[in-house]
Write a protein that binds this ligand. Structure first.
Ligand SMILES: Nc1ncnc2c1ncn2[C@@H]1O[C@H](COP(=O)(O)OP(=O)(O)OP(=O)(O)O)[C@@H](O)[C@H]1O
Length: 234
């Protein structure tokens, strides 16, 4: 489904990603672990096209995405839920959802949003509330639902549990497991919450200084002494 081939990217002259290669097969969930500042967010932004490649290639469903704009990648089926969620604070929940709708998805907007609300009853009850008036957890669920309005085949998730109360973390985990199981959604998830990444991922990649330095089994994440090298503890 996704083939990332030796990509280099950064900010202006500052290189951050230094030759990253990996693949994601259909329906696979890939976790990405790494200390702060190692390039996890930069990797996701490069995959969605917010940061340009310096070199290398990104292929999605056999199509070359390397120079495509973000919206064409979204139309092709890559969804992105950024760190911090980027909810439109002055728009209602409904209008936030409408912003996520991708016309080329083959579904009428109303039908797409109705289908999403059936999966997210928590949002249905606050549909007219301003996005900025939602709790952090509700905003994260809204950001996820908004992304799903575009009917992605691959979801890029950047720290979905950051700053969220444990009960909603569990709810988000259950939603993602269900989406993966019932709809075959493939996911790349960057996360510091080891339990979350362990329960969701089929594979876990370790990133250090813009390079993938290893792959560990989700089961290995149960053995806490091994983890000091992979995540930040602050
Ligand atoms: N807009 C920017 N301009 C210049 N350098 C940046 C910019 N954004 C990030 N960086 C640098 O790029 C490197 C990788 O940052 P990135 O945000 O990808 O790391 P991360 O692994 O996601 O970290 P965190 O877990 O803290 O979110 C860091 O050294 C960071 O300081």
């Amino acid at each position: 489904m996704l083939n990332v081939d030796n990509i280099y990217a950064g900010y202006g002259r500052i290189p951050v990603l230094s030759g990253i290669s990996f693949t994601v097969t259909d329906h696979q969930v890939v976790g990405v672990l790494g200390h702060n500042g190692m390039g996890k967010t930069t990797l996701l932004k490069t995959l969605i096209g917010q940061i340009s490649l310096t070199s290398g290639a990104i292929r999605f469903d056999e199509a070359d995405m390397s120079r495509k704009s973000s919206f064409l990648r979204a139309r092709a089926g890559i969804g992105y839920v950024p760190q911090g969620r980027s909810i439109f604070p002055n728009l209602t929940v409904l209008d936030n959802l409408r912003m996520g709708f991708v016309p080329a998805s083959g579904y009428p907007e109303e039908q797409a949003i109705k289908g999403i609300l059936a999966q997210f009853p928590r949002l249905d009850s606050i549909i007219d509330r301003a996005g900025g008036a939602l709790s952090g957890g509700e905003q994260q669920i809204l950001a996820l639902a908004r992304c799903l309005c575009g009917r992605p085949k691959l979801l890029l998730l950047d720290e979905p549990t950051e700053g969220i109360q444990p009960s909603i973390v569990d709810e988000i985990l259950e939603i993602l497991i269900r989406l993966h199981r019932d709809h075959g959604l493939a996911i790349i998830v960057v996360e510091q919450n080891l339990e979350f990444i362990r329960r969701l991922s089929d594979r876990v990649l370790v990133i250090e200084k813009g390079v993938i330095t290893g792959e560990i089994s989700p089961l290995a994440l149960e053995e806490t002494p091994e983890l000091g090298g992979y995540v930040s503890t602050e």
